[in-house]
Write a protein that binds this ligand. Structure first.
Ligand code: ADP
Length: 984
């Protein structure tokens, strides 16, 4: 006999048995409990609420049963056993009573058997009931809803029969007697297991190689994968940025609670620029799952790319998406699909490259049926919204521009890919080169070339460096400054690989000239692809644009990873950035591209709503319109961000550095000169337009400008041209006192570009780069423009002591440098000592903000020492820096001597009452400090009493902030009355 105590002891095991198997299993338990009258109808309704997690319903059921006493508990065990199939016997059905109310009881009493008998016949029974007038069409449709499995439809039919008082129960019972018994509708566990195994084998094979693998290298992801920094994006709509700016997490943590902004949503969004490693990270996730190393909570992982979804031109259902586009179950398709629907939390769907999807996210159409087909985009949007397969986890990757606010509503957490850390770059190089000597030399080379080092944070650039290591080790890396330099290097590398006999690797034009026809054919295909949002090309399309075997053998086009590997599998460019690079080549050297197309690339590019139809390339190029119209149309229809990448390359190819190369390729320089002067004009005009849009300065304040992404792009293009004269011309007349470039994804490469252009400003500027990823290398890139900076804001930028070393030498030597804001970085005592050293020879700095670092007592001591006779610093923030008594003592001594400091911020440290006595000693001899901020420390009434002594004789102090310390309300009242300068 099971007692309630035993039942309670078994509770967690029971929850597992009820919740971890299928919904079908749970509902079957309910059938037994209803038929044995353990549950009343109300009980039944309370544990069969749709949309609730199965574990919640299971716990509720156990509570109900436990409350009913020992015998009910015993029956629950029996029901679980029966539902799990341990007791396979079904009761034989006998003749029923002729009375309707008895019939209703009979339906309930024999519910488990009846469900098993009718689940395969619901459709025909419904037709019959409709025909006989027992049910209305509306009722039939409600039972038929596609979200229900067949046995759920059977149960819904019985539920209707129970409430309808029109003889339907009696009719149903009579009809049922004639039906044959079908096998038990339990999910076929074996079929599911087999399917998981097949899916794992498929995903494992797909995720084995890196996407930049072209067959020539041994690039197994397993050996090469290098950790990419994953940063949690804050919910910026909440206003205040969080205390510590850069919260990161590991790949293994992407589904946990950390960084969750919306509990109800199921989609993890991974955002990063082109080449930041989104696809690779997703591939690593797939591989870890498929090889059983991680993410084993998921029984099924279905990888998709938006390129693949885009290519589906027929309507698809969830079922066909999963089975036909991903992996086909060899047996029990229906059971496996039901199992997936019943266990959404064990399923993961990943969608790569949302920015490449030509359809924009919309909530316009709702689609809830997993078996009914709809368009691929509608399917994707409804999956993301949770209308389909709610509770299934999804990972979506995208470049930032494609994410709209309406999509963000459905995002559980948003992560930004920040690329490799400095150590990551080194590790990457070592993983790619088993020869330690080569790896050492390559690492040294990268570290020694600052511009290159900056670029290598972006994984795709690290790949290029690693791929072209021979050329770099032979010729050095001094010539690598810009993104275009990098892509030209990789172009030469591929060419010399494809035909080593006739091309000696060199920097001259002769390398490219023999391959120009190939480059132009690839360029034309690339441009057509951008204009039609096609990133995957069929054999037919290749033929149409004249791309032949020889062009393919160069290695830039590889079989698309988004499609199963067959001989006819479509191809794609190794990377979207390479597609843009080839398009730029075509725009520059294509005989049919008129210089007037340049304006469309740099200025008047507006993307219309509808992309071009999916025509074959030649259909576009052979339109009856003049050729150039077609190029213009393609440019107008291409995704803005791809046009911008193309523009950057175009500017780079027109730089003086590569002038010989391109003119030799073209044979004549006239059209190139025209294109070059157009690019120069567009860039200078673009920047001027941007500056003109800045509102006039408020009287008494400096004119300030908030940069938009377009500004950063224009600056990058100017940098690619490497034209000092143009940069000077573009900004020399700029009148702006404060340039704000916050939250703009500024990394080291952008810093180099900003410095290149801004160093030409005629007036000193405050440069605000808060909330970016400048990092230590970015700081180094900024050095050339420090001489024009009045102030530099670098809050929240992943800067460590190394960055400080680079900064201090330069910044603190400039006469006009007044403000340095370094809050929320990784500066320790080491960095503080370097700063202190720099301050000794400086007499310009007025504001120094170190909030949210960890300089500690040692750092505070060093800074305090340096400030004894510093004459310009007015404001110092050491908020939240782990400072205790030792640091405070040093600061107090500084206050005795210093004559310029007006505000000292020491909030959120470890200051105690004894430290107040120390500060009092310092303040007694001080006559400049006006504001002392001590909020959120460990000060009590005793400490404040000490401070009051000094306030009696010090008239300079205007306020002492004390909120968040340890006072009773009475103490606060009493102390406030004693001196109004004490702020609580
Ligand atoms: P995205 O999808 O953001 O455009 P990819 O994932 O395609 O970027 O990365 C481009 C290339 O950079 C990859 O093909 C690979 O060579 C390299 N790469 C990216 N991330 C990593 C990583 N974590 N480890 C090793 N190589 C990487």
């Amino acid at each position: 006999m099971y007692t309630q105590e035993f039942f309670q002891a078994q509770r967690s095991q029971l929850v597992g048995r009820l919740a971890l198997r299928s919904l079908e299993n749970f509902e079957s338990v309910l059938d037994y409990l209803l038929s044995w009258e353990v549950l009343t109808w109300e009980d039944y309704e309370s544990v069969s609420l749709p949309g609730q997690p199965l574990s919640t319903l299971a716990r509720r059921l156990l509570d109900i049963v436990w409350n009913k006493g020992g015998q009910s508990c015993e029956l629950l065990f029996a029901a679980v056993q029966k539902a799990e199939g341990a007791d396979e016997q079904t009761e034989p059905l006998r003749k029923w009573s002729q009375n309707e109310s008895c019939s209703v009881q009979d339906l309930q009493k024999h519910r488990p058997t009846i469900v098993r008998k009718i689940y395969g016949h619901v459709e025909s029974i419904l037709n019959l009931l409709l025909e006989r007038g027992f049910l209305t069409k509306y009722e039939c449709d409600e039972i038929r809803l596609p979200i229900f499995t067949s046995s759920q439809r059977a149960r819904r039919l019985l539920d209707f029969a129970k409430v309808k008082d029109n003889g339907v129960a009696q009719f149903l019972l009579q009809h049922i007697l004639q039906l044959p018994v079908l096998p038990v509708p339990l999910p076929d566990v074996t079929a599911c297991k087999k399917y998981t195994a097949k899916l794992k084998a498929t995903v494992s094979a797909q995720s084995r190689f890196l996407s930049t693998y072209d067959g020539t290298e041994n690039l197994c992801l397993e050996n090469i994968y290098t950790e990419n920094i994953l940063e949690i994006r804050k919910n910026l709509s909440l206003g205040v940025p969080s205390q510590k700016g850069h919260d990161t997490l590991e790949l293994a943590e992407i589904f946990n609670h950390k960084g969750c902004i919306n509990e109800d949503a199921d989609t993890v969004l991974l955002v990063g620029e082109a080449g930041s490693g989104k696809s690779t990270l997703l591939q690593q996730l797939h591989r870890l799952w498929a090889t059983g190393q991680q993410f084993q909570d998921f029984l099924f992982v279905f990888p998709f790319s938006c390129r693949q979804l885009q290519s589906m031109d027929k309507p698809v259902s969830v079922q066909s998406l999963l089975f036909e586009q991903c992996c086909w179950p060899n047996e029990g398709q229906q059971e496996v699909f039901w199992y997936l629907l019943d266990h959404p939390d064990r399923v993961l769907l990943t969608f790569d490259g949302f920015d490449e999807f030509k359809f924009r996210f919309t909530e316009r159409e709702t689609h809830c049926s997993p078996t009914d087909p709809t368009s691929a985009q509608n399917l994707l949007f409804n999956l993301l919204r949770g209308n389909l397969m709610k509770n299934t986890k999804k990972v979506l990757t995208s470049r930032p521009h494609a994410i709209c606010p309406s999509l963000r509503k459905y995002v559980r957490k948003e992560l930004s890919l920040m690329g490799f850390s400095q150590d990551g770059i080194e590790l990457f190089m070592r993983k790619h080169h088993s020869d330690a000597g080569v790896a050492d030399r390559l690492v040294q080379l990268v570290k020694a070339t600052s511009a290159l080092h900056g670029l290598c944070h972006v994984p795709v650039f690290s790949w290029i460096v690693s791929r072209c290591h021979k050329e770099l080790l032979l010729h050095g890396s001094g010539f690598l400054k810009t993104t275009t330099d990098m892509y030209l290097l990789v172009l030469r590398h591929f060419i010399s690989h494809a035909s080593p006999e006739d091309v000696a690797w060199g920097l001259g034009a002769s390398t490219l000239r023999p391959r120009l026809p190939t480059i132009l054919r690839l360029g034309r295909l690339a441009l057509w692809g951008l204009g039609t949002c096609s990133y995957v090309f069929s054999a037919e399309q290749l033929r149409a644009s004249g791309v032949d075997e020889e062009d393919l053998s160069l290695g830039f086009l590889v079989p698309s990873k988004s499609f199963p590997p067959e001989s006819s599998a479509p191809v794609e460019f190794l990377h979207i950035t390479l597609q843009c690079f080839f398009a730029a080549f075509y725009l520059l050297l294509g005989a049919d591209v008129n210089p007037s197309a340049i304006r469309c690339v740099f200025g008047g590019h507006k993307k219309p709503h509808q992309p071009l139809p999916r025509l074959f390339p030649m259909a576009c190029f052979q339109s009856p319109e003049p050729e150039e119209e077609s190029v213009l149309t393609l440019l107008q229809r291409a995704e803005t961000h791809n046009v911008r990448i193309t523009a950057v390359f175009l500017a780079g190819l027109l730089s003086q550095e590569h002038w010989r190369l391109v003119t030799e390729c073209r044979g004549t320089s006239t059209p190139l000169l025209q294109k070059k002067s157009r690019v120069r004009r567009c860039l200078a005009r673009g920047l001027r337009r941007h500056f003109r849009s800045i509102p006039r300065a408020v009287p008494g304040e400096v004119k300030s400008m908030h940069a938009m992404p377009e500004f950063v792009w224009l600056i990058r293009s100017l940098y690619e041209m490497q034209d000092e004269h143009l940069a000077r011309k573009a900004v020399s007349k700029l009148e702006v006192g404060h340039l704000k470039v916050t939250y703009c994804n500024i990394g080291p490469a952008e810093c180099a570009a900003l410095a290149f252009v801004l160093k030409n400003l005629q007036q000193p500027v405050a440069l605000q780069l808060d909330y970016n990823s400048v990092g230590d290398i970015g700081v180094e890139q900024l050095l050339p423009c420090l001489s024009v900076c009045r102030a530099l804001y670098l809050r929240d930028n992943n800067i460590s002591d190394q960055g400080i070393c680079r900064l201090v030498d330069q910044a603190l030597q400039c006469d006009q440098f007044q403000k340095l804001a370094l809050g929320n970085n990784h500066i320790t005592a080491v960095g503080a000592k370097v700063l202190a050293e720099g301050l000794k020879d400086n007499d310009s700095l007025q504001f120094l903000g170190l909030w949210g670092n960890t300089v500690g007592d040692e750092g505070a001591q060093a800074l305090a020492c340096a400030l004894h006779d510093h004459h310009s610093l007015k404001w110092l923030s050491l908020v939240g820096n782990n400072i205790g008594s030792v640091g405070t003592q040093a600061l107090a001594l500084m206050l005795e001597k210093n004559v310029s400091l007006e505000e000292l911020c020491l909030e959120e440290n470890h200051l105690q009452d004894e430290d107040m006595c120390t500060l009092v000693d310092g303040l007694k001899k001080n006559s400049s400090l006006e504001v002392l901020k001590l909020s959120n420390n460990r000060i009590t009434h005793r400490g404040v009493s000490a401070l009051l002594q000094v306030l009696e004789s010090n008239a300079t102090i205007r306020s002492i902030w004390l909120r968040g310390n340890t006072f009773t309300p009475e103490e606060i009242e009493q102390l406030s009355l004693m001196d109004s300068r004490l702020l609580f």
